[in-house]
Design a protein around this ligand. Structure first.
Ligand SMILES: *Cc1c(COP(=O)(O)O)cnc(C)c1O
Length: 434
């Protein structure tokens, strides 16, 4: 299949080229040119992520240089589970996406992209530089996924002082082929810098650039796999479609869910749970799109004022009324996130990270008939141990740290500071070293 730019539909790329380029040459994002239709029956008895993923992604990779390796890529990338844990109340479940190496859902997309690009780059003389802007979790997941891969260098840009201490450690503990730049600015500045670097002819001349942000199709598409697998599991168990509440920032995770539904998976409602960065909820309420600078919140990985993947949502649903029919959105303030972390522990014995708590609060705010009418799934995007400093005072006890995180915490860290200007990024890139 070919993928087209959200801006100029005549601009198309193969699956492999879309992954390698990250962004379309006109600055648009790649989206599928056509939508295959897969009913639950088409999945036979497929259950695990690899089998479901093969079935789901086969039509997209068909005829592509990566097509024959799709099974191997999925096996390599998805080597940890995404369990649906049913809670003992109402008809609520939690989809746990935090069992990967950096304990956030971004491991799925990052590892799929790394396994794919690793295969595409084999035998190339020129190294590839992957630029990644991160609001906290992306950079760690991408660094972990690419660390030690020959022929690929990773440069992580994060907003200095605006990520949690744990996240900062995950962004800066790699060395080798991973460099970390702390940008004097916000996540939006980091994202802008990456876009500017891509548009800069000088830099493009010097090095092959790619992005690993959720604007990269190779991160977004594989995320549809856990929505497919979990909605199928619920469909088979209960004979009902699943409705998902998704902690949302840049909308990569949410668009993946909407794509899974578009492909025919048994998914009913999709609710976008945002923090105080309310660009999307305000847009759905007023019809006016006002991107704005992001504000810092407890759910920092969702501090996005100008969500990139809105462009993909608009490509699918050009009219406001269509978007309103496809999703609903709510903004949750920090105070309510705190209260929900406390209540989740007291009521359900669940320890939720601030992002997951945002989804849990969005669930509580649904009208009761909507709550009762659906099979709701809270999407749990990160392990709470990544946000110990927020959670422990609220629940009054220590959050157990998974072994994979404990190993990361023990590594030494290093980063370089840069201004939020393309010239600073250019200098730092040319400097080599850390
Ligand atoms: C990145 C992230 C989000 C937001 O996901 P988007 O795809 O940017 O909407 C939510 N929660 C956590 C823990 C994250 O790391």
């Amino acid at each position: 299949m070919r993928f087209k730019s959200t801006r100029e539909p005549k601009l198309t790329a193969s699956f492999a080229d879309a992954l390698a380029q990250g962004l379309a040459p006109d600055g648009g994002l790649y989206v599928p040119e056509v939508w295959p239709h897969l009913t639950p029956k088409a999945f036979g008895s497929d259950r695990d992520l690899v089998a479901v993923g093969k079935r789901l992604l086969e039509p997209f990779a068909a005829g592509d240089v990566l097509g024959a390796s799709l099974g191997d890529i999925l096996t390599e990338a998805f080597d940890f589970p995404a369990p649906v844990v049913e809670l003992p109340i109402e008809r609520l479940a939690v989809l746990e996406l935090f069992h990967g190496p950096t304990a956030a859902f971004k491991d799925f997309g990052a590892r799929f992209l790394a396994a794919s690009l690793g295969r595409l780059r084999e035998g190339r003389p020129r190294p590839l530089t992957i630029l990644v802007a991160t609001s906290g979790d992306t950079g760690g997941a991408v660094a972990a996924a690419f660390h030690g891969r020959p022929g690929i260098e990773v440069v992580v840009l994060f907003p200095k002082g605006l990520v949690s201490p744990t996240q900062e450690r995950q962004l800066t503990c790699w060395g080798g082929n991973v460099r970390s730049f702390a940008v004097h600015g916000t996540f939006d500045d980091c994202q802008r810098l990456v876009k500017e670097a891509f548009m800069d002819p000088g830099l493009r001349e010097e090095r092959e650039l790619s992005s690993a942000n959720s604007i990269n199709l190779g991160r977004l598409l594989p995320q549809a796999v856990y929505y497919a697998a979990s909605s199928l599991a619920i469909w088979r168990r209960h004979g009902e479609p699943a409705s998902f509440i998704i902690p949302s920032g840049n909308l990569g995770n949410s668009v993946a869910c909407i794509w899974a539904r578009k492909l025919g998976l048994p998914i009913a409602d999709v609710v976008l749970a945002h923090n105080a960065n309310r660009t999307v909820p305000d847009y759905l309420a007023t019809g006016e799109w006002h991107p704005r600078p992001s504000v810092a919140t407890l759910a920092s990985a969702m501090d996005v004022g100008n969500p990139s993947n809105m462009e993909r949502l608009r490509a699918l649903y050009p009219q406001l009324e269509e978007i309103r029919g496809a999703v609903s959105a709510v903004a949750i303030e920090d105070e309510a996130i705190r209260a929900r972390i406390r209540a989740g522990f007291e009521q359900y014995g669940q320890i939720w990270c601030p992002h997951t708590a945002t989804a849990a609060e969005a669930y509580e705010r649904l009208p009761v008939e909507r709550r009762r009418g659906g099979r709701w799934v809270l999407v749990s995007t990160a392990h709470p141990a990544k946000f110990r400093e927020i959670i422990e005072p609220l629940i009054g006890r220590e959050v157990p740290v998974p072994e994979s995180l404990a190993r990361l915490f023990a590594r030494p860290t290093a980063y370089r500071e840069i201004d939020a200007r393309l010239a600073s990024l250019r200098d730092a890139l040319r400097d080599g070293g850390a």
